[in-house]
Design a binder for this molecule. Structure first.
Ligand code: AMP
Length: 584
């Protein structure tokens, strides 16, 4: 992406806002994280726990009866939970976990649709001092097995249909001691398989009060697996301390205020769904909508109208799908409750920012961060003029840089590696049991994000692309290696190379190049079979949308697939340096 062809979208002076923005970006002098830490509540024992900051501190105070969660189910069901109820239920679940012998630091995974119990169980896990690992419910058995195996997960909380989907791999996990099944509203007739535990029975048997384990701010709380160029996804681990930045950026970048109704469309299987679908709104004591249903333009606008959403945090692919659905659709709904909208996960095209002004009455505010950063790092704030196509300016207390490959600062306006000065509060603290990979991300005094960007003379950052082969499809990072590994497990596939192919809606789609075993005939049926095979193993989100058969893959002399070359050929671009190509 290059400089926006649009003018900067101006904003009225800060004091003319109906709701005064929380951050004046021109007045951040003397910023000090310590002051933010003192706004947290802390545990009576002196520790810090995300569940206390998000739920209990409000349940113990004047927000006790305030609605924390408005839940709308996929069949139109509605349930509301106050902070007080969230506390009681998450206390119970923490007690149930203790009854099962869960200890501090255990890894417990959640494989659930967006039902209220997902949120209750998540905070119960944190209260018990364990580490929560939410999984995307569209995952197939392989990604679930990889994550439970790598983390040595002790317990899985899931629901009957998802349990069936992965039943083949559960026996392959020696560390897994318990599977708890939540059969929400008796949606399934037969819920439990041999050895499974029933969520409601466990809750009934648990004590009513639970004293949160006195975790320190440095203790691990959440892990999210994220893809890199090589190997399987790695578990990025976050600490309880991240709460402070999630709280602060909820105020600054999403402009949350006491009376807001907030809607984050991300699933908790991805980091946005926990940092901003749980922590940011609830540490700020804000009511949020959880919508279990999937994407449909009219259903989404209806959610805003029905629940009077005021602050909306979504993603570029969804915005582009809304644009595609047509401008007459939003006109059928009353969206006047909205006062702030933001986007993350992929580059947001300038056209989409501006489209927001006409269609929903305001531009989208793009912001940037990633799994490893744990919270927003760079944003177009409410009170700041938006530059469409830009990710905005760094949040107070965070230093971003653009450097060349030798870590020299790149001149203003020139592309370079996007880097962050380490030790921001929500910085990830490990890739689970992979210190070599973790350490490799810190070089030249910086954390290296893997993105390329540039900064302009006003200090706005502009995303330029990934520095590696990682694919961003609909906001989900996909490691080509993971998809290639699944492809070559198909009995007819000899080798495979995977790239991201530009796409007007999803930004990139996963495209595979496949060489078949000797004697196997190419056919449409085989192509479909390979696609189905990978979809079932991984998930629809990750499986290739296009497969081309080729006789053999271009490889370096050391045998590495040259994805760069596959991509250049696909896009009709110059092939660049091919001197390391296998056949000279
Ligand atoms: P994840 O770790 O899955 O959240 O993905 C993080 C990656 O998504 C970043 O490193 C970027 O490559 C991309 N990304 C996130 N937000 C933006 C944004 N606002 N503009 C461009 N790319 C983004």
């Amino acid at each position: 992406m290059t400089t926006s062809s649009f003018e900067t979208i101006g904003k009225p002076p800060i004091d003319q806002f109906e709701v005064k923005p929380n951050l004046n970006p021109d007045d951040v002098s003397g910023f000090d994280w310590q002051q933010l830490y003192s706004e947290l509540d802390w545990l009576p024992g002196g520790g810090l726990n995300k569940a206390h900051e998000a739920i209990d501190r409000h349940a113990n105070g004047p927000r006790r009866d305030k609605i924390a969660m408005i839940w709308e189910g996929k069949n139109g069901e509605r349930e509301d939970y106050t902070f007080g109820q969230m506390k009681r239920l998450s206390d119970k679940f923490a007690g149930a976990l203790q009854n099962l012998g869960v200890e501090t630091g255990d890894r417990l995974f959640l494989f659930l649709d967006r039902i209220p119990e997902l949120y209750i169980a998540f905070f119960g896990i944190l209260k018990a001092g364990a580490i929560a690992g939410p999984l995307f419910s569209a995952f197939g058995p392989d990604p679930v097995r990889d994550r439970l195996e790598d983390s040595g997960a002790k317990l899985l909380v899931t629901q009957p249909d998802l349990r069936r989907k992965v039943s083949g791999i559960l026996g392959q996990l020696p560390a897994l001691e318990h599977t708890i099944i939540i059969n929400k509203n008796n949606r399934e007739q037969t819920a439990l398989e041999a050895g499974d535990l029933d969520y409601y029975e466990q809750m009934d048997a648990a004590p009513s009060d639970f004293e949160i384990v006195n975790t320190s701010q440095y203790d691990y709380s959440i892990m999210h697996y994220t893809s890199g160029t090589t190997g399987k996804p790695k578990g990025a681990v976050h600490r309880h301390q991240a709460a402070v930045q999630q709280y602060a950026t909820g105020k600054w970048a999403l402009d949350l205020h006491e009376d807001d109704i907030y809607w984050c469309t991300a699933d908790p299987g991805w980091v946005t769904g926990t940092s901003y679908g749980m922590m940011a709104p609830w540490t700020n004591g804000v009511t949020q909508l959880i919508y279990e249903g999937g994407f449909r333009a009219s259903a989404w606008y209806e959610q805003i109208q029905k629940h009077k959403v005021t602050v909306w945090y979504t993603a570029p692919t969804a915005i582009r799908m809304l644009m595609k659905a047509g401008d007459d659709v939003p006109k059928r709904y009353d969206l006047s409750s909205l006062r702030f909208s933001a986007s993350v996960g992929e580059p947001l095209n300038p056209e989409a920012v501006v489209w927001g002004e006409g269609a929903i009455g305001m531009p989208f505010h793009d912001n940037w961060w990633q799994t490893e950063t744990g919270a927003i790092m760079c944003a177009n704030y409410a009170a700041m003029p938006i530059k469409p196509g830009s990710m905005g300016r760094p949040i107070p207390g965070v230093e971003l840089g653009i450097v060349d490959d030798d870590f020299n600062p790149a001149p203003v306006g020139e592309d370079g590696n996007l880097v962050v000065r380490p030790n921001w509060p929500s910085m990830f603290h490990a890739y689970w049991q992979n210190p070599t990979m973790y350490n490799s991300k810190f070089r030249g005094g910086w954390y290296v994000t893997g993105d390329r960007a540039r900064v302009d003379e006003d200090g706005y950052f502009w995303f330029q692309g990934r520095a590696d082969d990682v694919i961003n499809t609909a906001g989900h990072l996909v490691g080509p290696f993971e998809v290639e590994s699944a492809l070559i497990e198909h009995p007819d596939v000899a080798e495979a190379g995977v790239i991201g192919k530009p796409d007007p809606i999803a930004m990139e789609i996963v495209k595979a190049f496949v060489a078949l075993n000797d004697g196997v005939e190419e056919s449409t049926a085989l192509r479909n079979d390979i696609m189905r095979f990978v979809r079932e193993k991984l998930s629809t989100a990750v499986a290739p949308r296009e497969i081309d058969f080729i006789p053999s893959l271009p490889k370096t002399r050391s045998g590495k697939i040259m994805r760069r070359l596959l991509k250049a050929r696909e896009l009709g671009l110059p092939e660049g340096d091919t001197s390391t190509l296998e056949d000279g």
